[in-house]
Design a protein around this ligand. Structure first.
Ligand SMILES: NC(=O)C[C@H](N)C(=O)O
Length: 484
């Protein structure tokens, strides 16, 4: 049961092999047993989980079950969840109980998904290793001396250890795809505007996008069906008809054109990672796809542009944490300014402060043109590069990460090294297009992932391509033996 797909879980519930309450108890039991080792969950409320499971069982008994009614899920602690502590990985929100549901959470609830708890993350989603969480690092279930990736590292570790069958994540520069790759999962960042950002604590609003994390593409499609779609409460939400993201899963890949950007097949990725990507491409060719070389001439500027734009937006978004309305307030201060200064100095961690400082600097008078405006221009060039490439191919493939999960401390002392973990993923956020990572191999016992990028609104196609690959491979079914 713990390694069943979401579809299999739903059918087990449907045939009364198990109730949602029993399934929820099973996962709560696994969390109690294994979470102390990996620190994926930061907040649990078993009574609330049980109540949701009982409600789902009642809905099913009444004959009103949807495709995911009664299936448990873990929510990244960036999503406001009514009555649940919502920390965003920060001391700033240590005691914050959300008074309402994020749209993503609300829609998951409506779909009958059972919330198991809130999962750990890098502070305010700033990081690629989960080492910036105020609540301690998450450990990678494949090797607990290594990071799970970030910022959705708690989501990835929880699902990889099968403490939850699926999780929500968010991706500003790679935060769904990179931890999915390092933990052996499938994770999808949808087109910007597809999933509502309402109630999702803002980091860089023009880049942030929520998405599903689960073992397979089919699972991700079912989850996206549950929570994507227009939301009047988010001004950047796109007014499009709801679609079924699983509609193309069974389409054969004959004639699929996979573009391989020459800039992503240079020396950034380590040899074993590139070999795993080559092996996956060989599998795709067997399925009828052809590969062609494409070029993204401006992509080498993506990390630099991101680390101007994302901190700029973050410095503005995080100004709301001032110790006045909610969140951490320093216990001792002399006047209002001192209260602001001390609350923010004590409430935020190092990485968050670094980004607020950079962001304020690049937005300041005299530097705005030199940095922020330049970065926006690069952003446009990168989007144009992708547009041009998609005239030659249907999807683009690349590694998701330059290497497998790294050891704790290996990159945390050098922000630039850490930032380069997202070298293949960041351009996608700048362009606003969808991309996913799927497991495609194992290197010295650690999973590795392949990234597939598509044009705007091609989520169904990316899931189709991955699903076909997952019909002939079993990387997505593997789980770390210590948690079996
Ligand atoms: N939030 C993200 O998508 C992760 C990225 N590594 C960052 O630190 O900004």
């Amino acid at each position: 049961m713990i390694n069943a797909s979401l579809k299999e879980l739903a059918s087990a519930l449907d045939s009364k092999k198990i109730s949602s309450l029993e399934l929820t108890e099973l996962f709560l039991g696994r969390i109690a047993q294994h979470n102390p080792l990996i620190n994926a969950f930061v907040t649990l409320d078993a009574e609330k989980s049980r109540a949701a499971a009982k409600a789902a069982d009642a809905v099913r008994a009444a004959g009103n079950a949807g495709p995911l009614t009664g299936v448990p899920i873990a929510h990244k602690d960036i999503f406001c969840q009514d009555g649940w502590r919502t920390t965003c990985g920060s001391r700033m929100l240590e005691n914050f109980i959300a008074p309402y549901n994020a749209t993503v959470v609300e829609r998951c609830n409506q779909a009958g998904l059972v919330p198991l708890g809130k999962v750990n993350m890098d502070e305010f989603a700033m990081g690629s290793s989960n080492e910036t969480s105020y609540y301690g690092p998450v450990r990678n279930p494949w090797d607990t001396d290594r990071v799970p990736g970030g910022s959705s590292g708690g989501s990835a570790a929880a699902v990889a250890a099968r403490l939850a069958p699926a999780a929500t994540g968010t991706d500003t520069g790679g935060s769904i795809r990179q931890p999915a790759a390092l933990c052996g999962l499938t994770g999808l960042k949808p087109s910007y505007g597809t999933v509502s950002r309402w109630g999702m604590i803002a980091f860089a609003s023009s880049l942030d996008q929520a998405g599903p994390m689960a073992p397979s593409a089919e699972d991700c499609g079912l989850l996206l069906n549950a929570f994507a779609g227009f939301d009047a409460k988010d001004s950047t939400s796109l007014e499009r008809d709801n679609e079924d993201y699983t509609r193309s899963l069974d389409q054969p890949l004959k004639g699929l054109r996979i573009g391989l950007p020459k800039e992503f097949f240079g020396t950034d990725g380590d040899a074993a990672t590139m070999a795993a990507i080559e092996a996956a491409l060989a599998e795709y060719r067997k399925l009828g796809a052809e590969t062609i070389e494409v070029s993204l001439p401006s992509i080498s500027q993506s990390v630099s542009a991101y680390y101007v734009i994302a901190p700029a937006e973050a410095s503005s978004n995080l100004s709301r944490f001032d110790g006045v309305r909610y969140g951490y307030r320093a216990p001792d201060y002399t006047d209002l300014n001192d209260m602001y200064a001390k609350s923010r100095a004590q409430g935020f961690g190092e990485e968050v402060k670094r980004r607020i400082l950079i962001g304020t600097y690049v937005l300041s008078h005299g530097y705005y043109d030199a940095y922020y405006l330049q970065a926006q221009r690069i952003r446009r060039l990168i989007a144009n590069d992708f547009d041009a490439a998609f005239k030659q191919c249907d999807v683009i493939a690349s590694p998701t990460t330059p290497g497998t999960a790294f050891k704790f401390g290996e990159k945390s002392g050098d922000p630039v090294q850490m930032y380069l973990s997202d070298i293949y993923t960041i351009g996608v956020n700048l362009a606003g297009i969808p991309a996913l990572s799927h497991p495609c191999g194992e290197i010295n016992g650690l999973p590795t992932g392949m990234q597939l990028i598509g044009p705007y609104f091609s989520e169904h196609r990316l899931l189709n391509v991955t699903h076909q690959y997952q019909q002939v491979t079993d990387w997505h079914r593997r789980m770390p033996t210590a948690f079996a």
